[in-house]
Design a protein around this ligand. Structure first.
Ligand code: PLP
Length: 389
């Protein structure tokens, strides 16, 4: 099934953040929403719910955990136990609620910048202190800096907030590095919370491993939080899944206040069940094929219009992390690009100090929009004002 992004005039009818933050002369390639239509099984499920007025509270006995277990089995060869899952409104809330229960106020939580900027705030919201352990750049890839993580754990950090796959670099962490991380955490009495919101978008050549499936230690000390919201563009409907791998970590989920689960959106749950059902597999395969084309298209567009840019094709997702340092457009090129090229990108410095001179480009869009956006930015190279703040 070919999955094709909607044309601009239809997208402009949307009222979400991506389409309302900037005026119509700006091409929005910033926030992680996609420009694709909904998967047909989701549209059908939501239409049926609307017709039935099925807009009450999420049922305690609901099919989400079983649907996710089936999805994980088909897509990742991993069968998490539905009895070890709870739902909540979104991945961010799941992370905060778990963190609150596994650290004491002020304790340190490791994050790996450049990182999805709200990670800094989520640790803060949960009462923790952010400990930055940057990803290691090997020259042609990024990886977890296990030595530096070990040092932080020896020094007292109590938790690791992992991003797998990683936003913004699109890195799928190797099974070996995940297992090594889990062992280190266990050795030092720490836990790992793995944000796997981009996992359904891991390309098949990347060999994605769910953290909890990476080894026995991960099963004992890990939590995963995930959702259908990035792959299926359902962020506004509010539904995420928290997963534990052992009896005592499951007890943490079970003992969360009942309100944490009651905040799950009924439409979010209905849509997520349809997304995770086998009915949506063909659509997701089609989306992955489209994103595979787009991640390569971005490489060729940058080579053509911005040859100074450095970009590595991501393993997963629809976010491209681009180093524009070669252009000397200053520490935050997104600001200048918005003003001069009328293209909205995510600002690199918000992802941590490693994001200076970087931008994040959302390529979950049509080849036409992506091409126009990069061409517009490329025209700044010939602008005599470029490079001056
Ligand atoms: C890594 C990561 N975690 C969490 C989120 C936010 O998810 P939610 O809206 O479910 O809180 C995003 C959104 O882009 C993300 O990229």
């Amino acid at each position: 099934m070919k999955v094709t992004a909607l044309p601009l005039e239809q997208l402009r009818l949307r009222t979400s953040e991506k389409w309302r933050e900037y005026p119509d002369d700006v091409l929005p390639l910033f926030v992680a929403e996609t420009d694709f239509p909904l998967a047909p099984a989701i549209t059908r499920a939501l239409e049926q719910a609307l017709r039935a007025g099925d807009t009450g509270y999420v049922a305690s006995r609901n099919p989400l955990a079983a649907a996710y277990a089936g999805f994980a089995q088909r897509r990742f060869g991993w069968t998490p136990d539905p009895a070890r899952m709870r739902s909540t409104a979104d991945v961010s809330m799941g992370i905060v609620e778990i963190l609150r229960r596994v650290i004491r106020p002020g304790e340190r939580v490791i994050v790996n910048p450049p990182i999805y900027p709200p990670f800094f705030d989520l640790v803060d919201e949960a009462g923790g202190t952010v400990e930055r352990v940057p990803l290691r750049d090997t020259g042609d890839a990024w990886e977890l800096d296990l030595d530096a993580i070990a040092a932080a754990l020896v020094d007292g950090a109590r938790a690791v907030l992992l991003c797998n796959p990683h936003n913004p670099t699109g890195t799928v962490h190797s099974a070996e590095s995940l297992d090594a991380l889990a062992r280190l955490a266990e050795e030092h009495g720490a836990v790992v919370i793995s944000d796997e919101i981009h996992a359904p978008l891991a390309q098949s050549d990347a060999g994605f491993t769910p953290f909890l499936a990476s080894g026995e230690a991960a099963g004992r000390i890990g939590y995963a939080v995930t959702s259908a919201s990035k792959a299926f563009n359902l962020a506004g409907l509010k539904c995420a899944v928290m997963i534990a791998g052992a009896e005592d970590t499951t007890a943490v989920l079970r003992n969360l206040p009942v309100e944490v689960e009651w905040r799950t959106g009924q439409f979010g749950l209905i849509a997520a069940v349809a997304a995770f059902s086998p009915e949506s597999d063909e659509w997701l395969d089609g989306l992955l094929a489209t994103l595979d084309e787009n991640r390569r298209l971005l490489a060729s567009l940058l080579a053509e219009h911005l040859p100074e840019a450095r970009y590595r094709i991501p393993d997963a997702g629809y976010l491209g992390w681009v180093d524009l340092g070669g252009l000397a457009w200053g520490p935050n090129p997104a600001r200048r690009i918005l003003r001069e090229a009328k293209v909205a990108l995510s600002a690199g410095p918000t992802f941590g100090a490693q994001g200076a001179e970087h931008v994040r480009i959302n390529f979950g869009t049509s080849p036409e929009i992506l091409t126009e956006a990069v061409a517009r930015i490329g025209r700044m190279r010939t602008d005599p004002l470029a490079g001056q703040e």
